[in-house]
Design a protein around this ligand. Sequence first.
Ligand code: MFK
Length: 211
Amino acid sequence: MTGYLDDIRVDPSEIAAQEALYGPLTQSIRSLIDAAIRTEVDSEDIAGATAALTQVASLLRARQIDGSYGAQPSVTGVQRSWASPVIGVRNPIAPPLILEHEPDGRVWARFRLGAGYEGPPSLVHGGVSALILDHVLGEAVHASGHWGMTGTLTLRYRRPTPLNRPLRADARIDRVEGRKVYADGSISDERGITVEASGIFILPTGYAAAR
Ligand SMILES: CCCCCCCCCC(=O)SCCNC(=O)CCNC(=O)[C@H](O)C(C)(C)COP(=O)(O)OP(=O)(O)OC[C@H]1O[C@@H](n2cnc3c(N)ncnc32)[C@H](O)[C@@H]1OP(=O)(O)O
C-alpha cells in the first residue's frame, strides 16, 4: 500500500507555492457550498450561477489527474493529505482542521462547523463528528510513530454539538499492543465535551511499521 507515509522529497518552497495557489481556490469553493445552502436569490440568479459554475468546472477539468489524489510527493515532516475531508488544502468539504502537535504526542485543533455540516437543525451531524474524530485519533497514532487503519471507532455522543460555535478536537494514544494502537479523543464546545471517541488502529498484516 502506498499513501501518506511515502517520503518522496520535494522542494518545500514548491509545496508552499502550491498551497498559496490552491488554498484560495479551495476556500472559494468552501464559501460557495455555504452560499448554495443558504441563498435565497431569485430563480434567474440561481440559473445564472448554475451556468457560471458549469463553466468553472469545465475550466478546471481541462487538465486533471486520473482518479483520486492518492499519494502525492511529500517532504519529511510535511504530510500532503491535501484531499483529506478533514484537513485537506484542496478539499472544500474539509472544515478544515489545522492540527497542532504537542511534544507529548497529543494532537488538537480549534475549528467551527457551519451550515454544510448540519444534522439535527442547528447541530452538527453525528457522522461529521465521527469523521473528524477518526482523523484526529489517526493523526495521534501517526504522531506516536505508528500507523494503522481504523479497525474500530467507538463514539459516545454526550451532548449535541452546536453549529457555528467554537469547537475543539483532542486526541492522544493510550497504549500499543502489538500491531494495535489504542487512541482516545473528544470534541468539545465552550461548555465541555460533546463527543468522546476511542479507536483501535491496526497495522495491516504484511505492512511495515512507520518507525
Ligand atoms: C498523518 C496521517 C494521518 C491520517 C489519519 C487518517 C485517519 C483515517 C483512517 C481511516 O479512515 S482508515 C479507513 C477505515 N478503515 C478501514 O477501511 C479498515 C478496513 N479493515 C482492514 O483493513 C483490516 O480488517 C484491518 C487492517 C483493520 C485488520 O486486518 P488484519 O488482517 O491486519 O488483522 P488481523 O485479523 O490479523 O488481526 C490483528 C489483530 O487485530 C484485531 N482486529 C482485527 N480487526 C479488528 C477490528 N476491526 N477492530 C479491532 N480489532 C481488530 C485482531 O483480533 C487481532 O488481535 P490480536 O493481535 O490481539 O489477536
